[in-house]
Design a protein around this ligand. Structure first.
Ligand SMILES: NC(=O)c1ccc[n+]([C@@H]2O[C@H](COP(=O)([O-])OP(=O)(O)OC[C@H]3O[C@@H](n4cnc5c(N)ncnc54)[C@H](OP(=O)(O)O)[C@@H]3O)[C@@H](O)[C@H]2O)c1
Length: 260
């Protein structure tokens, strides 16, 4: 139990499933008040119910992070129902695998809009209240593709490199304000997003799904997918008081796949 997280107001974007859901549950475990957001109310309510079953507070609210007016409305709802956000986890994202030449312009626009501009939108809206309180945490769920590139990921890699740039720039600007800004860079995580891309690879190459997943696993020296809970546990640690000296960092959770 990390005592200082008790009662803290945490916003986790894209928390209806996968990594975001695990992060929401991990903070709830430490008795934080968790705002769960995404675009689908039904799935958000299911996660909120899981949190309430633990005896903790959850607020499910729909918000497309790529739509600035929805993020503004979200901020108002959180303020009136919970208070000022103290910990922001920018997790909402998509990663469609497609070759650069086959990628439609609208796909590029969507990936940049959700992964990068969505992160920007939330930082812009919630950072001022953290600075005013002289305490805050921003944790961006980036990717190992913030540091390296794989084939068929031009939009995703560009968006995640930029998220790391934003993380570093904000860390410098907030360094003396009690706020830390860090990125977590997962490798392949065992979520629907990974399964979807494995299915796509299987279809395109005629391989089986298991074989496609094996290829993903083999990118890591540990030869396995990362569990969403591993990412969540690091997010909790980065929100704690003991890590207040860590800012502007990009920490890989990838079984040793990328060592920069
Ligand atoms: N899985 C991996 O291997 C991996 C590796 C490195 C980094 N990451 C990053 O980790 C994050 C989460 O990935 P995941 O694997 O957990 O993905 P996931 O299983 O596909 O979940 C994505 C979540 O984001 C929400 N979402 C999608 N678009 C949104 C939007 N425009 N506005 C608000 N919410 C939105 C989804 O809910 P709705 O669809 O209902 O909105 C869902 O809750 C992403 O940023 C991803 O890039 C994942």
């Amino acid at each position: 139990m990390i005592e200082e997280l008790k009662g803290k107001i945490v916003l986790v974007t894209g928390s209806s499933r996968g990594i975001g859901r695990s992060i929401a549950l991990a903070f709830a475990h430490h008795e934080a008040k968790v705002v769960v957001t995404g675009r689908t109310l039904e799935t958000l309510e299911a996660v909120a119910a899981e949190i309430r079953n633990l005896g903790n507070q959850a607020l499910p609210l729909t918000c497309d992070v790529g739509r600035r007016e929805e993020v503004r409305a979200l901020a108002q709802q959180i303020r009136s129902q919970f208070g000022a956000v103290q910990i922001l986890i920018n997790n909402a994202g998509l990663a469609p695998a497609v070759s650069f030449l086959e990628m439609e312009d609208r796909l590029w626009d969507e990936v940049i809009n959700v992964n990068l501009t969505g992160t920007y939108n939330c930082c812009k809206l919630f950072l001022p209240e953290m600075i005013a309180a002289r305490w805050g945490r921003i944790i961006n769920i980036a990717s190992t593709l913030s540091k390296v590139a794989y084939s068929h990921t031009a939009a995703y890699t560009s968006s995640k490199h930029a998220v790391l740039g934003l993380t570093r720039a904000l860390a410098v600007e907030t360094a003396r304000s009690g706020v830390t800004v860090n990125a977590i860079c997962p490798g392949y995580v065992d979520t629907e997003l990974t399964l979807k891309n494995a299915r796509l690879m299987a279809e395109k190459t005629g391989k089986g799904l298991d074989e496609a997943l094996e290829i993903f696993k083999r990118t890591s020296p540990q030869k396995r997918l990362i569990a969403p809970e591993e990412v969540a546990d690091l997010a909790v640690l980065l929100a704690s008081e003991t890590t207040k000296g860590i800012t502007g960092q990009a920490i890989n959770v990838d079984g040793g796949a990328v060592m920069v």
